[in-house]
Design a binder for this molecule. Structure first.
Ligand code: GLA
Length: 409
């Protein structure tokens, strides 16, 4: 028996105290305020965001905290409990290629300025209980905490409405894509800034939608349903700045181009599209090894599963979504080829131990998996996964509980 390691979320007061202390011990005087933003899990809808598809995330109770004070000049000075020394730059020097963790912070200020907002320099201290490199969007939590902090100190007023928050999403996403250089699709930033407590958020990434259409909160009351969302951080290495994520994205863009479409979403018959069978037939002559067709089959089927999953949740049938979670995992494993041994082990073990559904969450190639379990079975499932990892000689995973939590504030 290997004792499962639980990773608790910090109460908001504790996170605030930590960054307040870090700020005052690093810079002279006090911060103007403290803000925070959550990591996320994606219930379903994986690798669909950059294909104009659907995703269904919830916000984690685990958050990144930032204490910040604006400056008179355009200097940015940053300290983090997770990094050595002070990261410093002038805002005017921030550009694609700016390196280091500070790119995720200063990049948000850069993107807000690019969007025409008046944003100056600042000193800031950061600390986080969102695990890093776990596929739980620690970078989006950092970007979103900066976005709401700058929104407040610059008096932009964007965080006050969902429509304003979609502008903050654009800025955080540009920071990640253009300054930090990770070609991600916007799911993580949308989740951290727009999710609501007790809800999942049905995101639709078709271009040109209003805020009302692009993010619809769906009540997801696990407590009343007697269910728990268990997250397993496999501790297996994963990174988005590497080539595999970009390669998946490029394959999707190539397939869309061959089909004469702007995005793979347009294959959907409900949107007047040709449907999956014809799309696969049209791709065949250009796709000797079948890779493009497998990628397309995942993307199209995943958006369909996401819509069905959201409908069940809306009908109060959260306990019935398990088969969609499993089908999503199988599709990501076999057609999209972004799973790995550790993620598959979590899913198989959790299902055998009584989970209603389980799947990898996030970009894959390591990171985390989620399992939907009856509350009474949480410890049994966690124990089974911890034992399976020990038996396989793998690094011990970490376990998190993920009630749908509040957005950046
Ligand atoms: C990562 C990216 C997101 C999304 C997921 C896969 O989390 O940051 O934009 O593409 O992978 O669904």
């Amino acid at each position: 028996m290997t004792e499962p390691q639980w990773l608790e979320a910090w109460p908001v007061e504790e996170g605030a105290r930590r960054v307040d202390e870090l700020f005052t011990s690093s810079f002279e005087g006090s911060p103007e305020g403290v803000w925070s933003a959550p990591g996320r899990v994606n219930l379903i809808g994986e690798h669909t965001d950059y294909n104009a598809g659907l995703c269904l995330p919830t916000a984690l109770p685990h958050r990144t905290f930032i204490a910040l004070r604006p400056r008179e000049d355009d200097r940015v000075r940053l300290v983090s409990a997770q990094a050595e020394g002070v990261w410093e730059a002038n805002l005017s020097e921030i550009a694609p290629g700016t390196g280091g963790w500070g790119a995720y912070v200063a990049g948000v200020a850069w993107a807000l300025a690019e969007a025409g907002h008046k944003v100056g320099g600042f000193d800031a201290a950061v600390d986080s209980c969102v695990p890093f490199g776990a596929g739980l969007s620690s970078s989006a939590a950092l970007e979103a905490s900066v976005a709401v902090a700058l929104d407040a100190v610059a008096g932009l007023g964007l965080a006050a409405s969902d429509a304003g928050r979609t502008e903050l999403v654009d800025a955080t996403r540009r920071a990640e894509n253009e300054i930090a250089g990770a070609p991600t699709g916007g799911l993580d930033q949308s989740a951290s800034l727009r999710c609501r407590e007790g809800h999942a958020l049905l995101l639709d990434f078709r271009p040109g939608l209003s805020a009302l259409e692009s993010g619809v909160p769906v009540p997801f009351d696990l407590e009343t349903a007697g269910l728990t969302l268990l997250v397993v951080d496999t501790k297996a290495e994963h990174s988005h700045v590497d080539g595999e994520y970009g390669a998946r994205r490029a394959a999707c863009e190539q397939a869309a181009k061959l089909l004469g479409l702007d995005s793979l979403r347009e294959i959907a018959p409900a949107l007047g599209g040709m449907g999956i069978d014809r799309a696969l037939a049209e791709l065949e002559p250009h796709d000797a090894d079948g890779v493009l067709r497998r990628r397309v089959r995942h993307v199209v089927s995943e958006t369909d599963r996401t819509a069905r999953f959201a409908n069940l949740v809306r009908e109060g049938r959260a306990a019935d979504v398990g088969p969609f979670m499993l089908a999503s995992h199988v599709s990501l494993r076999d057609d999209y080829e972004v799973s790995c041994r550790e993620l598959d082990l979590v899913v198989d073990t959790a299902m055998t131990a009584g989970a209603l559904g389980a799947r990898m969450t996030g970009g894959g190639f390591g990171g985390s998996a989620i399992a939907l379990v009856n509350r009474a079975d949480v410890d049994t499932v966690a124990q089974a996964v911890a034992d399976a990892f020990a038996d396989a000689g793998l690094t011990a995973p970490a376990f998190l509980l993920a009630p749908p939590s509040a957005p950046a504030a």
